[in-house]
Design a binder for this molecule. Structure first.
Ligand code: SAM
Length: 291
């Protein structure tokens, strides 16, 4: 059951003294256990200032009572705000552009005739932030397959942060962000809106289904996926969580499917036996495991 703490008439002033080491550990342990997020000691100041804002927002007297709410599992709003406060949503259209070239050249182009006659294509953008990554994938697909909406082609885009998923669904971006989109795609796939904003066209948004999903929790989908983009997300996780994540991706990819990861991330652990390098921070699932 989700509860909201009763709001007192005169809210107490939160105690904004420095986090003790024990308080920092309590916050960090919760972030790691629930979301796989690693909060380094040297980020203590940043974490403290973000959590202090949450204490004010939720009218919590001190960090101990905020942690108690989180740990009880009953306070969904606090949990969501905690994730939003501690994750980084930095992203852009066609970020690490070589991935979209590899996706088009190695995966789409060899399958064009099959895809035109109903072959299935499933792509997962895992940790999609405000949607720029899956919309970039969709534009690449539409460039080669203008009728993609009528074909068996779907993109799943997930993120742990409900606020950012709402933004992704809304799909309204400041005009400056269009600079990352290749000019031909700008012409074909986006529409300028009032007040210096633009949106991807319905043919782009229509290919994508957005959902909230914690990569460290259970996953409802069974796959197989032809491509998974999980870029600049695992970098926030500890090593064992990263290794587990790579193995779970390998199991959900079809043999020959591609995994794209962030520029400062590396595949580690047992997944290394099943994912072979296929370009810069790109891996192909080998054919030797049962998926
Ligand atoms: C830096 S953004 C990367 C966005 C995009 N993939 C890119 O490379 O541009 C990291 C995203 O990962 C999400 N994230 C962090 N921890 C997560 C978790 N445990 N499960 C799912 N998403 C998570 C954050 O909410 C954030 O939107």
């Amino acid at each position: 059951m989700t509860r909201t703490a009763p709001r007192p008439l005169i809210p107490p002033e939160p105690e904004i003294s420095d986090f003790s080491n024990a308080e920092f550990r309590r916050v960090a342990d919760y972030a790691q256990r629930e979301f796989g997020l690693v909060l380094q000691e040297n980020k203590k100041q940043v974490v403290q200032s973000r959590i202090t804002r949450l204490l004010q927002e939720f009218q919590c007297r001190d960090i101990a009572s905020f942690c108690s709410r989180l740990e009880s599992g009953d306070f969904q709003a606090e949990r969501e705000a905690f994730v939003t406060a501690l994750t980084t949503n930095v992203t852009s259209f066609f970020r690490e552009a070589h991935h979209f070239d590899i996706f088009a050249e190695n995966l789409l182009k060899p399958s064009l005739s099959g895809l035109r006659s109903g072959q299935r294509l499933r792509v997962w953008s895992a940790g999609c932030s405000a949607g720029q990554e899956p919309y970039s994938v969709a534009m690449r697909i539409l460039d080669l397959l203008p009728d993609a909406a009528k074909l068996n082609i779907r993109i799943l885009a997930t993120d742990i942060d409900p606020a950012i998923i709402a933004k992704a669904r809304a799909a309204v971006y400041p005009a400056e962000e269009a600079r990352g989109i290749p000019p031909a795609f700008r012409k074909s796939f986006i529409t300028t809106r009032a007040a210096g904003c633009f949106s991807p066209d319905p043919c782009v948004t229509g290919l994508i289904r957005f959902a909230e999903l914690n990569l460290v929790g259970d996953w409802p989908m069974r796959g197989p996926f032809d491509a998974i983009f999980c870029r600049n997300v695992a970098i926030y996780f500890d090593k064992p969580t990263q290794a587990r994540l790579w193995s779970r991706f390998a199991a959900l990819l079809r043999p020959g499917g591609l995994l794209f990861i962030g520029h400062s991330e590396r595949i580690s652990g047992p997944a290394m036996n099943h994912l072979v390098s296929a370009g810069i921070t790109t891996y192909r699932r080998s054919k030797d495991i049962k998926g």
